[in-house]
Ligand binder design. Structure first.
Ligand SMILES: Nc1nc2c(ncn2[C@@H]2O[C@H](COP(=O)(O)OP(=O)(O)OP(=O)(O)O)[C@@H](O)[C@H]2O)c(=O)[nH]1
Ligand SMILES: [Mg+2]
Length: 283
C-alpha cells in the first residue's frame, strides 16, 4: 500500500493548542479504539501526557472481540496505566470515569484543601486520534449533546470546555495523528477504523488487506455476513469479488464493482455489522 499522508496542517495546530493548555490540566483522558489498542495510541500524546495523571479509555468495546480486549486491558494495566472500558454510544462504563479521575487527582485535591481551596474543579483534557469517540464520550458523560459528533475523522475543529458537575470540567479536543508511522500496518489499521479520510487512501487495497486479516482470524464472520460457501481456498481478492457478487454490485457491462464492494465492506466493518473484531493481537 502506498504511504498514507495522514498529517494535515490542522493537526499541527491542534497539537499546539493541546500543548498550550496542558499546564492547567489535572487529568488526561486518552481514548483508544478497542479494535486496535496499539495503533490507536498516539505516541505524540504519550509524550505530551507523560507527566500528568492519566487514564486510558478503551472505547467502542462493543465493536471489539471481548477475549482480545481482556488481554489488552491487562497488557496496559501491567504497564502501569489506569484503564477503563467504555461504550460511549450506550454509556456502558462511562460513569466509572469520575471516580477514577478523582482517585487520580487525590493528591492535588488534598493539596488544594490544605490551601483552603475547596471544590476546585478537576480539569480533564479528552484526547485521542480522529473518530475514536471523544465527543460522544463527553456527551454521554454530561448527559446531553454538548459536543458535535460524526462517524468520520475531523468533526471537532477547535477546543471546547464543557462543565460536567461543579467539580469536573472537560476539554474536548480535535483528533490528532502523528506525522510518521514505523510500519504500514498501523496506517492500515487506522484507515480501517475510519480515522484517516477515505479520499486519502485506496479503499480497494485496504479492503483486500482487511479481508486477508479476517480470513485468518474471523473467517466465519465473512462467510455468515455475505452468505459465502467457503473462503479457505480463496485469495482475499477473490473474496472481495465474491462479496461484490453476493451483493450484486456491478458496473455497466456487467463486470463486478470492486470499489463499491470495498466501500461497503469497510462501512460494515466500521459500524460493527460484521461482528466484533479486534485487528491487533497481544504479543
Ligand atoms: N459502536 C460505537 N460507536 C461509537 C462509540 N463511541 C463513539 N462512537 C461513534 O464513533 C463516531 C465518532 O464519534 P465522535 O465522538 O465524533 O469522535 P471524535 O473522537 O470526537 O472524532 P473527531 O472530533 O473527528 O476527532 C460516531 O459515529 C459515534 O457514534 C462506541 O463506544 N461504540
Ligand atoms: Mg470530536
Amino acid at each position: 500500500m502506498n504511504d498514507i499522508q495522514w498529517y494535515p496542517g490542522h493537526m499541527t495546530k491542534a497539537k499546539r493548542m493541546m500543548q498550550e493548555n496542558i499546564k492547567m490540566i489535572d487529568v488526561i483522558a486518552e481514548l483508544i479504539d478497542a479494535r486496535v489498542p496499539m495503533s490507536s495510541k498516539n505516541p505524540d500524546i504519550e509524550d505530551m501526557a507523560r507527566h500528568k495523571p492519566r487514564m486510558i479509555l478503551f472505547n467502542k468495546i462493543d465493536l471489539a472481540d471481548s477475549t482480545e480486549t481482556k488481554k489488552w486491558v491487562k497488557w496496559y494495566e501491567e504497564k502501569g496505566f489506569a484503564v477503563i472500558q467504555v461504550n460511549s454510544k450506550t454509556g456502558q462504563g462511562v460513569q466509572q470515569f469520575i471516580d477514577k479521575a478523582r482517585l487520580l487527582c487525590k493528591e492535588k485535591i488534598e493539596r488544594d484543601k490544605k490551601r483552603g481551596l475547596i471544590n476546585r474543579p478537576i480539569r480533564t483534557m479528552v484526547v485521542g486520534i480522529p473518530n475514536v469517540g471523544k465527543s460522544t464520550f463527553i456527551n454521554k458523560l454530561v448527559g446531553k449533546a454538548s459536543a458535535k459528533t460524526g462517524n468520520k475523522p475531523g468533526v471537532t475543529k477547535g477546543k471546547q470546555w464543557i462543565k460536567l458537575k461543579k467539580d469536573v470540567e472537560l476539554l474536548d479536543t480535535p483528533g490528532i495523528l502523528w506525522p510518521k508511522f514505523e510500519d504500514q500496518t498501523m496506517g492500515k489499521n487506522l484507515a480501517c477504523i475510519g480515522s484517516i479520510k477515505d479520499d486519502l487512501i485506496d479503499t480497494v487495497e485496504l479492503a483486500v488487506s482487511l479481508l486477508e486479516y479476517l480470513k485468518e482470524h474471523y473467517p466465519e464472520l465473512i462467510i455468515k455476513k455475505y452468505q459465502l460457501e467457503t473462503i479457505a481456498e480463496k485469495e482475499s481478492y477473490q473474496i472481495l469479488e465474491a462479496i461484490a457478487l453476493a451483493r450484486n454490485l456491478k458496473k455497466p457491462g456487467n463486470t463486478l464493482d470492486l470499489l463499491r464492494a470495498s466501500n461497503r465492506l469497510l462501512e460494515e466493518f466500521r459500524n460493527g455489522k460484521l461482528g466484533a473484531v479486534t485487528l491487533e493481537i497481544v504479543k
